[in-house]
Design a binder for this molecule. Structure first.
Ligand code: AMP
Length: 408
């Protein structure tokens, strides 16, 4: 039996991978335009990074991590997210002051797999460190919004909330636990067990939505400084024309957030009301990792989900497919393909020993725009070029094929 890909993982192959390729390229260009530099951290980390950074009582750390002991007896975890790694790298590099980085890569969480919920999934994200201004939050939110726009996803809304500073959260947590205790018999088993460990998560439990509908909201319990920051974010989004909706009960699953939290939702992706991406401010994280305080805000976008929501792209095809009419000219044809590639064109040929007719079939299947036939006219410095859309053929000078193809 042929081995299967592990449950909850995907092989992303051409031609279906074209949407992925466009999205990833578009993201890189976008991030660079906004001033974020390419950042790469390990796919695995010491487990402690996530238990300290993400929080031991979060669902991700409790239930979803791929953790194993390596041959040296160290506890290692495949990264479930990249933010903790980026902050670890920043602190370890001795960098001081503002840092803006973008990343792209696979993340690993042991989930119950379904469409858009994978065990290996792909995130792209940005982190903006050492900048406390609410305008940094606005910029980060804008990057995610533009990414979705650029991907052709319509009707995107940013769900926005503030969970305040750590002291606000502690007070809020008490109020929430009191509220939940009064209604304990109405809660799901899961909510009841989360009530003491991570009560904020009960707020986004779908099974308990009706019970928590009147729960106190984190936004109503934030301090003045956090409220002023939130007002700054809201004003910035308005100025930038980014559609948002204040969601007073939005919380996010990881422990390091404070103040701003946000998610992107779209009518183009309604599966289980899941978000296409999200993020927030995480000023406490650097200290949770043992470093000095570092203001920080970032986002992570779910590429698997964005690709599902994107309009489908036709895979495209070679600009020039080079066909060999006379096997004695094979080397000339290989040289022509190389010259066209050097000129920036997508050029291919069939490397088997197929008949000219069969080569045209391959060219058609590949979606080629033009086919250049290398045959007898080669000795006169010419090839015959056929436009595949209408079959029109004409002789073209060998050295002009590239410019001819570019302008046609
Ligand atoms: P998080 O790191 O949990 O804040 O997730 C950020 C984004 O990553 C989410 O909004 C999703 O789009 C995506 N995401 C998170 N977990 C998964 C998963 N298991 N499968 C696919 N996408 C995911």
């Amino acid at each position: 039996m042929i081995p299967q890909a592990p449950k909850g993982t995907d092989d992303i192959l051409p031609p279906a991978s074209e949407g992925w390729r466009r999205l990833l390229r578009g993201f890189e260009d976008l991030a660079v335009r906004y001033g974020y530099g390419f950042t790469m951290t390990p796919l695995f980390e010491a487990t402690e990074l996530f238990s300290r950074g993400v929080g031991v009582e979060t669902e991700v750390v409790e239930k979803q991590m791929y953790t194993f002991e390596d041959k040296g007896g160290r506890s290692i975890t495949l990264r479930p997210e990249a933010t903790a790694s980026v902050v670890r790298a920043y602190l370890g590099s001795g960098t001081q002051g503002v840092f803006k980085g973008y990343y792209a890569g696979p993340m690993f969480r042991y989930e119950q797999p379904q469409s858009g919920r994978r065990r290996q999934f792909y995130q792209v994200g940005v982190e903006y460190l050492a900048e406390p201004s609410p305008d940094a939050d606005v910029e980060v939110i804008e990057v995610g919004y533009r990414l979705l726009q650029q991907a052709g996803i319509t009707e995107v809304t940013v769900r926005l909330n503030s969970i305040g500073d750590p002291a606000d959260r502690a007070a809020y947590r008490e109020a929430l636990v009191a509220f939940l205790k009064d209604r304990a018999d109405l809660l799901s088993d899961e909510a009841r067990s989360r009530m003491s460990s991570n009560p904020l998560r009960v707020l986004d439990s779908k099974a308990d939505a009706s019970v928590v509908a009147d729960a106190p909201a984190p936004l109503d319990a934030i301090c003045e400084a956090a409220a002023a920051h939130f007002a700054g974010v809201v004003a910035g989004l308005q100025r930038r024309g980014i559609p948002y909706e204040i969601s007073p009960r939005l919380v996010r699953g990881l422990d390091y957030y404070n103040r701003t939290v946000f998610e992107y939702v779209s009518a183009a992706y309604t599966a289980a009301q899941e978000a296409l991406g999200g993020g927030g401010r995480y000023d406490p994280l650097a200290e949770m990792l043992g470093g000095p305080p570092v203001a920080a805000v970032g986002l992570a976008m779910g590429v698997d989900r964005i690709v599902l929501a994107m309009p489908k792209f036709p895979p495209g095809g070679p600009d020039v497919f080079v066909a060999v009419a006379d096997p004695a000219r094979r080397e000339d044809a290989i040289g022509l393909v190389a010259a066209l590639r050097d000129a920036g064109l997508w050029s291919e040929m069939d490397l088997g020993d197929r008949s000219l007719k069969a080569q045209f079939k391959v060219a058609g299947r590949r979606g080629s725009r033009l086919v250049a036939v290398v045959g007898d006219e080669w000795s006169e410095g010419l090839v015959t070029v056929r436009r595949m859309s209408d079959g029109e053929e004409r002789p073209v000078a060998i050295e002009e094929v590239a410019s001819w193809a570019t302008n046609r």
